[in-house]
Design a protein around this ligand. Structure first.
Ligand SMILES: Nc1ncnc2c1ncn2[C@@H]1O[C@H](COP(=O)(O)OP(=O)(O)O)[C@@H](O)[C@H]1O
Ligand SMILES: [Mg+2]
Length: 396
């Protein structure tokens, strides 16, 4: 990218809570922000100059909104986009973050897995693909039980299940078909890894300048979504070096610039030797990285923006132990209120973000509690207590 002049105009494709923080970072530098999502009142729209409600999986609708505003940079925030339209826009001179190809490759589990495991030789869980329940049964057997079954196109754990033995295969196939995005009848089946910990390595690829890494983030997932994360996660230096080497390799291949959330499992094999296993990656800020708002000198959102705009990143530094805990809705409601904010904020070194989503459904992420402490345990306890104090209620 040529040396940028300011202000710049940025279009966010997807306007959730992660996009909202990117928009805030962009507004602080006086950028013009156009926030796009499929529903009105999405979190990033609250802090954007312009909001557009568009079906972003529709190529014509996506191209039309881009042409209407003609932004200098397109910043995808979600996976479900008309990726061929992004490629066309990129060919026409619009910058797509990190690249149109990266958005296409990471949208499908098979494409990113083929790239990582087959082309680049990264260590992954053993896996196979299947296009029917019968193929799934045959593909699962040699992996050993249990296995994990996932639709190739899905996110947030949708359609994903752990299968204990052959009798569970028909139900897993049905669940995958019901949870898949789009019409593709293809699943990936993986050996189930009994990992010691699961981490996200936020990796910053710059237009010019070296690839940078954030301190690793540990996290816990339930029902396909992250529940809590903490930073810095403890890794041996060999484990960290292995993860960084894999993250550099895959992000170099995907190209462009921006922050990536690279997911790994840290396992111990039967000989007691530790192994770092690549899982998947997001070519954009990662939800587990919300913790960086409390734990780093520059958050993942500021880092993404700086990388996108070609601005300097002199140093990424941990500010000490930090943690996040999600605040979830319990029930469906078409308006939302919160209780317990006073109690949550009465603790020291705690912040609460409420995303301002217009409606709720069970387990929808409505906010997050962030905390720091003198130890990870203290930070995690503070984030847990703050999140537990807050209730999401109907009405408001
Ligand atoms: N092969 C596996 N072995 C053990 N756990 C897994 C495996 N694959 C996924 N998981 C668990 O399920 C979560 C979601 O899977 P992931 O592939 O990251 O899908 P998503 O795109 O929905 O985030 C992971 O973060 C991890 O906790
Ligand atoms: Mg994941």
């Amino acid at each position: 990218m040529a040396s940028p002049t300011f202000p710049r105009s940025l279009m966010l494709l997807g306007s959730g809570e992660l996009g909202k923080e990117v928009a805030i970072a962009a507004q602080r530098l006086g950028c013009h922000v156009i926030a796009v999502d499929r529903y009105a009142g999405a979190p990033a729209m609250q802090v954007a100059d312009v909001a557009e409600v568009v079906a972003m999986t529709d190529p014509e609708a996506l191209k039309a909104v881009v042409r209407r505003h003609n932004p200098q940079v397109l910043i995808p925030e979600i996976e479900a986009l008309a990726v061929d339209a992004l490629a066309e826009l990129e060919a026409g001179g619009t910058t797509v973050i990190p690249t149109a190809r990266a958005t296409a490759v990471t949208m499908n589990r098979d494409r990113i897995r083929d790239l990582a495991a087959t082309e680049l030789g990264l260590r992954t869980a053993r896996f196979a693909y299947a296009e029917s329940a019968a193929e799934l049964a045959a593909a699962a057997e040699p992996l050993g039980w249990p296995v994990v079954v996932k639709p190739v196109m899905s996110s947030s754990g949708k359609g994903q299940s752990v299968v204990q033995g052959p009798e569970g295969i028909p139900a897993a196939w049905e669940a995958a078909m019901a949870g898949a995005r789009g019409s593709g009848a293809r699943v990936i089946v993986e050996e189930f890894l009994q990992f010691e910990q699961e981490i996200t390595l936020l990796t910053v690829k710059q237009w010019q300048g070296p690839t940078l890494f954030c301190p690793p983030i540990g996290h816990i997932q339930e029902r396909g979504d992250y529940q809590t994360s903490w930073q810095p996660a403890h890794l041996d230096w060999e484990q960290l070096a292995a993860a960084q080497a894999m993250a550099r390799r895959v992000t170099d291949n995907l190209g462009g610039a921006g922050l990536f959330g690279v997911e790994f499992f840290v396992c111990r094999n039967t000989d007691g030797v530790s192994e770092v296993v690549f899982s998947e990656l997001s070519p954009r800020p990662h939800d587990t990285g919300l913790v960086t708002l409390a734990g780093q000198n520059l958050s993942e959102f500021e880092l993404h923006l700086r990388a996108v705009l070609g601005l300097p990143i002199p140093e990424i530094r941990s500010l000490g132990p930090a943690a996040s805990r999600v605040i979830l809705a319990e029930q469906s409601s078409d308006s939302v209120a919160y209780s317990g904010l006073e109690e949550a904020l009465s603790a020291t070194d705690v912040q609460v973000l409420l995303f301002g989503k217009p409606d709720a459904r069970p387990h929808r992420r409505m906010g997050v509690a962030l905390a720091t402490g003198t130890s990870l345990e203290e930070a995690r306890n503070r984030a847990d207590a703050a999140a537990a104090a807050i209730r999401v209620l109907p009405g408001g």
